[in-house]
Design a protein around this ligand. Structure first.
Ligand code: ASP
Length: 438
């Protein structure tokens, strides 16, 4: 039997109209057997997601404040969906139980998870599908770490017996049976876990954009979509700030080699982006797959004559970095210089201590810290087989009078990272896009 696992994000389930679109998408393809819903999200830009309403409501309850108005507002979101869909179900008992849970301080995670739980009940009724509560099949260990093997076995056995099911996203349970959620946006992870457990041929992740774009549309006007991207390329881009999919959602399906297809609920005929285990046959359309970047980095530069031949210099420096609890991003080095690039947030306010620790440990000729660096990652599997990629990036930036402060090419030849002043960040992104895509 063909099996697709489909996950729908919050905006895809924000109101009754969106629920209808979702049902049409699922029912138009018989292989869409297992469905993972999020909680209803925003209907308009300053609306509040049900998950955030639940957190706020629980906060009130846990302080012993009156939470009835906040609770009724959440109830109303679901009631209006049910009513408009014409569904003959009552959620009264469920809401009574949830209220008891709030009064009994069942936990913040329990509270937040009810958004997905209720979405799941409504969607399963709308579709006529089975309902599977992930509290019984998705497990965390004593330390609160997701238990992949236990989950895969239990969930796999359960799903093998069912023709179809709705499995709410975002949560599972602890060994003591309390509810635990993944981090925010975690329904993406549930979808991936279900896809692996069901041996799906594809994991469709339905959202409100038609896949990944080559660059951030807030910076580059109308960027082209990415049709296919490998897991590794995606990892590089999401690390640098491209967000559509939760970062941890890649691992379960990656293990099983299942592709992810990012699709748009509001434009179901668009093919979206395919995230695949290995590069598809043939040359990609462009040398680069995507560009992503982030501001907010600092550089610690250390100079010392003959550093090059001093055994253990790097170790001593990195020990200081570790002792100061700085997680570094890059470590470009010259003959007698070494730089540590890390987020400004991890350094700011502690510059003097860091400099003095480095002086004590490494006896350098000079140490300085500079803030205001932005990093841009140019990612693409096509780079390996193309000459002149770096030259094109540098020429594009030179023509725009943008100074490159750092260059780093991963040994996989999958990316080139350049550091520029934060004030040049947006222009640099546009110039790089233009040179490869336009
Ligand atoms: N509803 C949860 C959140 O808002 C999980 C999700 O939508 O993926 O973070």
């Amino acid at each position: 039997m063909h099996t697709k696992v489909v996950k729908f994000g919050g905006t895809s389930l924000a109101d009754a109209g969106q629920f209808k679109k979702v049902a049409d998408i699922i029912l138009s393809d018989k292989s869409r057997r297992f469905v993972v819903p999020s909680a209803p999200g925003k209907r308009y830009s300053d609306d509040i997601k049900v998950t955030d309403m639940l957190y706020a409501c629980y906060e009130k309850a846990s302080k012993g404040e009156d939470f009835s108005a906040a609770f009724d507002a959440i109830k109303e979101r679901y009631m209006s969906i049910i009513k408009e869909l014409g569904l003959d179900i009552s959620l009264e008992d469920e809401f009574a139980k949830i209220k008891q849970g709030f009064i009994g301080k069942a936990g913040r995670d329990y509270a937040a998870s009810r958004g997905e739980y209720l979405s799941g009940i409504v969607l399963s009724k709308l579709l006529g599908f089975n309902f599977v509560d992930p509290a019984n099949y998705i497990f965390f260990n004593e330390q609160g770490v997701f238990d992949m093997e236990k989950t895969n076995k239990a969930l796999g056995e359960k799903l093998a017996k069912l023709p179809n099911a709705v499995i709410p996203g975002f949560y599972g349970s602890m060994p003591n049976d309390t509810i635990k959620t993944f981090s925010r946006g975690g329904s993406d992870i549930t979808g991936s876990i279900v896809a692996r457990a069901a041996n799906a041929e594809i994991y469709e992740n339905w959202t409100d954009v038609s896949g990944f774009l080559i660059a951030d549309p807030r910076i580059v006007p109308n960027p082209e979509p990415i049709t296919a991207i490998t897991y590794r390329e995606l990892r590089e881009l999401s690390y640098m700030g491209a967000t559509v999919l939760h970062e941890d959602a890649i691992f379960p399906v990656r293990t099983a080699g299942i592709p992810i297809n990012i699709r748009n609920t509001n434009d179901p005929s668009a093919p979206g982006t395919m995230i695949v285990p290995t590069a598809p046959e043939g040359a990609p359309k462009y040398t680069i797959t995507g560009i992503a970047g982030k501001k907010g980095f600092s550089v610690i530069t250390i100079e010392k004559d003959m550093m090059n031949s001093e055994l253990g210099f790097g170790r001593k420096l990195l020990e200081v970095i570790e002792e100061n609890r700085i997680s570094f991003e890059h470590l470009p080095s010259g003959i007698d210089t070494m730089s540590v690039i890390a987020s400004t947030a991890s350094i700011e306010g502690r510059e003097e201590k860091i400099i003095s620790d480095i002086k004590d440990a490494c006896a350098p000729d000079h140490v300085e810290i500079e803030h205001g660096l932005a990093l841009i990652a140019v990612v693409g599997r096509g780079m390996k087989s193309t000459r002149g990629v770096a030259a094109r990036i540098f020429a594009a930036l030179a023509h725009a009078h943008i100074n490159i402060k750092m260059i780093d090419q991963g040994s996989s030849e999958l990316n080139i990272i350049v550091g520029v002043n934060e004030s040049d960040f947006e222009e640099a992104m546009r110039r790089i896009y233009e040179i490869f895509v336009l």
